[in-house]
Structure formats: C-alpha cells, structure tokens
Design a protein around this ligand. Sequence first.
Ligand code: DGT
Ligand code: CA
Ligand code: CA
Ligand code: ZN
Length: 569
Amino acid sequence: MKNQLIVKILNNIADILELQEVEFKPQAYRKAAQSIESLSEAIEDVYEKGKLEEIPGVGRHIAEKIAEIVETGKLKYYEKLKKEVKVDVEGLNEVPSLGPKKIKILYKKLGVKDVHDLEKVLKQHKVRELEGFGEKTEETLLHGIELLKKRPSRFLYIHAMPMGEIISKTLKKHDFVKRVEIAGSYRRGKETVGDLDFLVVSSQPKKVMDVFTGMKDVTEVLAKGETKSSVRLSNGMQVDLRVVNEKEYGAALLYFIGSKEHNVELRKLALKKGWTLNEYGLTELKDKKWVAGRTQEEIYQKLGLRFIEPELRENKGEIEAARAGKLPDLVTVKDIKGVFHNHTTWSDGHNSHLEMAQQAEGLGLKFISFNDHFGHVGITNPLTEKRLGKYLQEIEKVRKKVGIRVFSGVEIDILKDGSLPLSPAKLRELDVVVASVHMAIKMKEKEMTSRVCHALSNYPINILGHPLDRVLQEREPLALNLDQVFETAKQHDIFLEINASPRRMDLPGELVKAGRDTGCKFALSTDAHDVSHLAFYPLAVNMARRGWIEQKHLLNTWTLGKIEKALQK
Ligand code: DGT
Ligand code: CA
Ligand code: CA
Ligand code: ZN
C-alpha cells in the first residue's frame, strides 16, 4: 500500500515548487495529497480500476505521476526536482513545527538546506532574528530536532492498519495458509506500533515464506528462515512473520500478542504450578509432558485465569483481575451509538453540517455532535458570539433532513486564565460544550493545572477535549497534574474525552484507566474535520478498551435519553 508514500512525495513536490516560486501548482499537489491521505482504500486498487482521476484534486498529470509511483515506487520528476533545488525538503519536513513556509524563508535568508544546517543557524541564534520567527520559534525548532534525533521510528496505528489488512489478504489467498493472525502491539490496540507481527498456521512454511518475502511492497528482506522471516516495506515498516502448526497455535499467539511484561507474569504463574510456558506450549517442567497449547483460552484456563482480552495485556493488574473473575466487560465498536466533537466549514472543517450528519448516518451511527471552534484558537474562522445564532439555525435545518439525533455545541478554548470566552448562560443554550486547551500550551504544571481546573469548576462544560493536547511524534503532552484534573472533572460531572484523531489518541489507554480508577466517565470524540474522519472512531475504542472501559463508563454507549440527561447542566 503506497498511499502514505504518495502523500509524502506530492507534498514534497509542492514544497519544492514553492521554493522555486512556482504559482498555483503547489496548491494543486497539496490538494491531491490531502485527498489521498483520507482515502479509505489502497491507491493500488484505485489505480488498477483506472479510477485515479476520480479522486478529488487528481487530474491527468498528477494521475500519471501517481501511476508511476505505484508501478516503480519512484517518480523521475520528483528526483529531478530534488536535484535542482538541493534542499532536503524531505528531511526538513520531518522537524516538528517546521512547514513549507518556514523552510522557504530559512533557505532564502540563511541558506538552510538540511536539518544539519538548521541546527547550526539555530544555535548561532540567527533564526530568531528572522521576521516571523523569534526566540520562541528558535526554542521550538531546537526541541523538535532533539525529538527527531531521539525518536524511535514507530508507526501510527492508522498507518499500520492498511498494511496489516493487505498482508493478511495476500497470505489468505493461498490454500496452504490455514490461519493468519496479527499479533504484537497492533493486536493490543496500541496507538503506535514498532513493527507488525504476523502469525500463520500452515504445514508448508517454506511456501509461506516465499509468498511473504515476495510481496509487491517488500523493499528489503531482513531475514528469511524456515519458520521465521522479517521484511521491510516501502514505507519503512518492518514486518515479522512466524509459521507454526495447529498444536502450538494458541501458545504462539499468546506469546506474540505480548506484551512481554504480561508474558513474563504468565510464565511465573506456570512455574509455580511446575510447568513451563513458552511460544511452543505449556509443558510439565520435569518430564516435558504436554499440558496445553492449541488455544489461548485453554492456557489461561490451566493457569487458573479467565481469558484476558489482548488490549488488557500490559501487566497493569489484568492477571489479578482474571484470577478473581473481575475482568471488565469491555466496550466494543458495536456499542458506540454516536460521536462527539465534530468540525464543519463553520470553523476549520472541510464539510457542511449536512454532509457530516449524513456521513454519520451512513456509518450506522445514531447521533452526531457538532462542536465547531469557538474563540481565538489560531484558526482563521472560529465561531463568534455574533455568528452563533446562524450556526444554531443551520443545525436546526439539518435536524429536519437526517434520521439521527444532531447535538449542537462548540469546542471552546480554555483561555490562559482558565476562563472561557462565552458566558455560562450562553453555553447552557448548547447541547454539548467541549472545552479544550489550544493556545499558550507551554505553561508550567502548576499554572496549567489550575487553568484547566478553574474552567472545569466554573463553567457548564460537558467534555474536557483532548486533555493532553499532545500530537503523536510531534508535540509533547501538556504539563498537567492529572490526578487533580481527574478529581475536578469527576466532581463536576465532566466527561473526559477519548479523542479518535489518529495523531491525538488523547487520552491514551493507560490514562483512561487512571481516570476510570478515579471514578471519571468518558466521551468518545472523532474531532473530525472531514467526512472521512468520522470512520476513525474505532481507534478511540482501542484506547477505551486499553483503559478497561465498560459501557457504564462511556457516554456514547448509553441510550439517547440517558445521554441527553447526562449532558444537562
Ligand atoms: P512494538 O512492536 O515495539 O510496538 O511492540 P510489540 O509488543 O509488538 O513487540 P515486538 O514486536 O518486539 O514483539 C512481539 C511480541 O513478542 C511481544 O509483544 C511479546 C513477544 N516477545 C518478543 N520478545 C520477547 C521476549 O524477549 N520475551 C517475551 N516473553 N516475549 C517476547
Ligand atoms: Ca510489534
Ligand atoms: Ca516484532
Ligand atoms: Zn481541539
């Protein structure tokens, strides 16, 4: 699947053309990249169907370029451009908070051609002198370079997902493949994965290895053995694959789903019973007699445990709970009746209220909540008190056109002093108030905590939006004393958000669990800025499950009547 690769190349072309002061073309490349980014199918499939030009923003010229990348993995035009400009746009774009506009200024004014140059001029304090940069930017960029150096190359779950599906499909096509399972952190629903781990049941491992290492997207075979192989894909991701037989399937799956910490605890339990547990099975320590291994369930059972869902296997109390019969009855994707926190063209979204509501209805959801930005959040078009009336009228119109419940609301900015830019009385006229921190995010823990808690204590807020305001692989979480925030939210019946935006995943599972243990309740939000983002809500279900969430903890699973009541302030 080359979607990500193509998005990256098109965006880089746009950046280079911009450096060369070419007009209009950069926007065209960006628009095409954006469409491909939100494409739900593999670009290869679109190409094979001859439908590239049906993608919004993709005309004949760009379609030809995409075709070349699909076929060869490269683009001559792009290689040529890169040689012409001699600026490492690819590398510079990797620096968090550095975009095409700044790259251009840095190049024109200071001759910055790559990350190394950038670090040098930053340290010489030349960057802060540039118009529009300043000391803060200097600091942010230096920090970004540090992050980049330290960054373990992990992949967002959402980027691993299509690869996982394609590889599964490729393997399952063959009749010598009996089963295919994805294991590892991906199976545990983690928001980022280091690599993908496949487990295959087959009596002909050699053939499986040939198929696996011969896949179209493999750029490098890292290891090829009789039952174990590893490859690297064109997007840089590593994929491991192990072939086992039916008899050891359960033991192998248990082992490869992990986590390592969970496995270590299970092994200790086995030892206490005089057994040994490894990837091949559960056997008696003394005479190596077979105890179990065909299924995960039988292994757990022998160890005196209920079956533990993969998302819980982090050695965070799940083994004790399984022994005591106190495992949570986890929410599932099917339980989700609707989604909160969605943006439209009334602020910085791409689609109208109607388009968004219809999309939600098409996905089988029973409600959608609109929460366009209100207040000065650094976007060009936030809602104002003056526009609010018209916005609500628009929502009213949409209500008549769709068969699902439509909640009105805003995502309001928590200002520096913890106040909100709209009065409590006005906020009460809305169905759903999401309040979030967007600006002045560098505050120290004490100030940030009292800022957030002040807002939670003094306004009729329903949902605390993306509590950490982190951006995966780009921006660190806010400095917050979460114990205090959770306590305050609980006191005022404010739901903590589980934000499904793929780079946010905020709160993440382990913190959802901490909030749950404090007694907080949660609301699942898509934070969609485009119709295509609505389908991301299962990602937040992963976070909920990793956080031990049952239906009673999650607003989105309740009946509409109960939801409405819970939102009244
Ligand atoms: P990742 O890929 O960094 O996101 O995390 P995982 O959990 O997928 O880790 P990975 O790919 O290194 O290994 C997959 C699973 O294999 C892991 O979850 C547990 C198991 N495993 C790997 N190495 C060990 C080990 O040294 N001991 C034990 N008990 N299990 C291991
Ligand atoms: Ca892995
Ligand atoms: Ca692995
Ligand atoms: Zn927000």
